[in-house]
Design a protein. Structure first.
Length: 218
């Protein structure tokens, strides 16, 4: 397992956790680290506790064989699927977490955290937006020494981009306006009425799934 991970220990709990709390948002997709199965493209399977760090846009895992340190996967491009409880994730071409919500009709959602440096403290309670290196971590593993610069960052927002399949082509949307454009003009008012009566929130993937099922059944 040690060959499959970065030996860099990410001090996220002390660094990003404190700053993210200032915005009232959790830096992680899940409330805590979840028991998961990680399937690699070459057939390897690993059981670890993982969470998706939205401030870093990366899956992190707890290495129980190394003092429960939080680490990054060393070969993210080799990860085929992550099964977290009854949820299925993959990494898209940009390395972002993409959750498969339904097969027929197809629906997936990609999570992308938008963050910014906390910045250095300036006079009169202000704060500079210049990126500020907060601390340094240095460890040794396998005879090699690694240095990691970490800076305090704030999770400002989480973007959810949905993907469906129309005429065997993938189409994306984030809002009701974008969603309505994917369907025939004669269905627009019917779908719009469903969105309004059911108070569909496009930040809630399960609500969007119900909307897609309804629209595809028309």
């Amino acid at each position: 397992m040690r060959k499959l991970i970065y030996s860099l220990i990410i001090c996220l709990m002390a660094v990003t956790g404190k700053s993210s709390a200032q915005e009232g948002k959790s830096e992680y997709l899940f409330n805590d680290f979840q028991k998961s199965l990680i399937y690699y493209k070459d057939g390897r399977v690993f059981s670890v506790k993982v969470n998706y760090n939205l401030a870093r846009n990366a899956f992190m895992f707890i290495d129980e064989n190394d003092n429960n340190n939080i680490k990054l996967f060393a070969e993210p491009d080799m990860v085929r699927t992550l099964k977290i409880d009854n949820r299925i994730f993959q990494l898209n071409s940009k390395g972002l977490a993409q959750e498969h919500l339904n097969q027929e009709p197809y629906l997936a959602v990609t999570y992308r955290g938008k963050s910014r440096p906390e910045g250095k403290q300036v006079g009169y309670g202000g704060r500079s937006e210049t990126a500020s290196v907060d601390s340094y971590s240095s460890i040794q593993s396998g005879g090699h020494s690694y240095n990691l610069e970490t800076e305090k960052i704030i999770l400002a927002d989480v973007e959810k981009r949905y993907t469906i399949k129309k005429n065997k082509k993938q189409k994306q949307f984030q809002s009701s306006k974008q969603f309505l454009k994917l369907y025939p003009k004669e269905q627009e008012e019917t779908i719009k009425a469903y969105i309004k009566s059911n108070k569909i929130n496009f930040d809630e993937p399960q609500q969007v799934l119900q909307l897609v099922k309804y629209a595809e059944a028309l």
